[in-house]
Design a protein around this ligand. Sequence first.
Ligand code: AMP
Length: 118
Amino acid sequence: MCLFCKIVEKEIPSNIVAENENFLAFHDINPKAPVHILAIPKQHFESFNDVTPEVMAGMTSFIQQIVKDINIEKSGYRVITNIGENGGQEVKHLHFHILGGAKLKWGHFSDSDPKGMF
Ligand code: AMP
């Protein structure tokens, strides 16, 4: 069972922010911003590559409700999902980082030439 499946099963503790039948949100253990929450489907999908539109519809509502509840909807925030090797995905269970609570930086994402591929 993967790390986040164990968190879903409460075999590993987490600091839960929101939960319903299909989704769970908890604080990231290594926060990169004043708000850093991970929102996951309880069903295991390795990454965004594998998720269905139906699950994403539920995930959208779930995230929208969280940002309202914690009052960052208007101040702004960022939703990120890392995918695979180049995306820097460490945990192979689909998760969305919700980052906010301060002005976020927007830096360069790679050392390669950004005009190099297309
Ligand atoms: P990613 O690099 O997109 O796969 O992100 C994985 C995230 O999971 C990282 O931001 C980690 O800090 C976070 N993380 C790893 N283990 C835990 C845990 N037990 N509880 C909460 N967050 C975790």
